[in-house]
Design a protein around this ligand. Structure first.
Ligand SMILES: O=C(O)CCC(=O)C(=O)O
Ligand SMILES: [Fe+2]
Length: 326
């Protein structure tokens, strides 16, 4: 990130047009040590402390948390991990967007060290958000748009998620696995592409992440210290007419505990997303009904199609319902 700006833009565009993944290094102000320390601290809390943070759709009907909080290990799931979802501090969300779903307070563990954990996570969230906006500025220029083209989507009320993940090896037998195939047991995150815009991933020095080169060939991403792995989500790829790629990837069981932390850069709920960024068309995005080009409404339709979110409840009106009432 310290090369001349036009060189960085060219490199980012080249990687996103070919592999769909890139490594970001020499990032001023980025250090993995503190996030690693807090991530390990959080997952080693007693389970009764962590369990209070479990999200409602994981069979916790009394939980007030729908979008922020803990996702636990699940029996017979191809995904073999627990993770905490942290959102933008609600005090920073405008009153208008607070009326909409997905914006909710992040639940924090009940523990004497929590104020320090929360303050670090909040600072780290802001750092990753600003870094994500910087990368988007390079991509805007690369696509022939003004540098600040995407800024207004992300600067206020962002739905971005800072996730910390804890994987266990299958051999630790933390949950039941009797219904998984041999192939499924090799993975701790199944093959997928990310859904939103940009993912900035910290993998520390863990191996295991592989990108799909097509026709059954996978390339391992070698961990490099103090380096972020960056990839694009489906929606952003589609907006560029698939010029930039949202490459599928997976994580293999490496036989030891593994930690990683993706930051999923997402716009604010009411961001109006064009079908085609290059022509600026604002038609319905196709796979959702009605006003699907409102980002948050689209996201809710999308996540409901994922197994883990099958029981996801929306407790506030969608934008398309709210706008109808006015
Ligand atoms: O754990 C990793 O290295 C990657 C996780 C991932 O792909 C994701 O959370 O979308
Ligand atoms: Fe991913």
């Amino acid at each position: 990130m310290q090369a001349p700006s036009d060189v960085i833009t060219k490199d980012i565009m080249h990687q996103m047009e070919t592999l769909g993944f890139l490594l970001l290094s020499n990032i001023p102000g980025f250090s993995e040590e503190e996030i690693f320390k807090w991530q390990k601290w959080f997952f080693s809390l007693p389970s009764d402390v962590k369990d209070k943070l479990i999200m409602n759709h994981f069979n916790h009907p009394d939980s007030p948390n729908h979008y922020r909080g803990l996702a636990p290990f699940i029996d017979n799931d191809i995904s073999h991990k627990e993770f905490l979802e942290v959102g933008l501090d609600l005090s920073k969300v405008s009153p208008l967007e607070q009326q909409l779903p997905l914006h909710e307070p992040t639940p924090w563990p009940s523990h004497p060290e929590t104020p320090l954990f929360k303050s670090f996570m909040t600072r780290h969230y802001d750092f990753m958000l600003q870094l994500g906006i910087k990368v988007m500025r390079h991509i805007a220029v690369g696509l022939g748009k003004p540098e600040g083209f995407f800024d207004s989507w992300f600067e206020k009320d962002t739905l971005s998620t800072l996730r910390i993940i804890h994987y266990m090896p299958r051999s630790a037998q933390v949950v039941r696995m009797d219904q998984l195939s041999g192939e499924e047991l090799k993975m701790i995150t199944p093959i997928h592409s990310d859904s939103g815009f940009l993912t900035l991933l910290t993998t520390y020095d863990y191996h295991g992440l592989q990108v799909d080169l097509g026709s059954g060939t996978f390339r391992s991403i070698r961990p490099v210290p103090a380096t972020l792995v960056v990839n694009l989500g489906d929606m952003f790829s589609r907006m560029t007419g698939y010029r930039l790629k949202a490459t599928k990837h997976r994580v293999l069981d490496i036989g030891i505990e593994r930690y990683s932390s993706p930051f999923f850069l997402e716009p604010h709920y009411l961001a109006r997303i064009p079908t085609d960024l290059l022509t600026g068309e604002y038609q319905s995005v196709g796979d959702v009904s009605g006003e699907g080009h409102i980002y948050g409404d689209w996201l809710i339709d999308k996540i409901r199609s994922y197994g883990e979110y099958k029981h996801f409840k929306v407790t506030k009106p969608l934008a398309r319902e709210l706008l109808k009432q006015e």
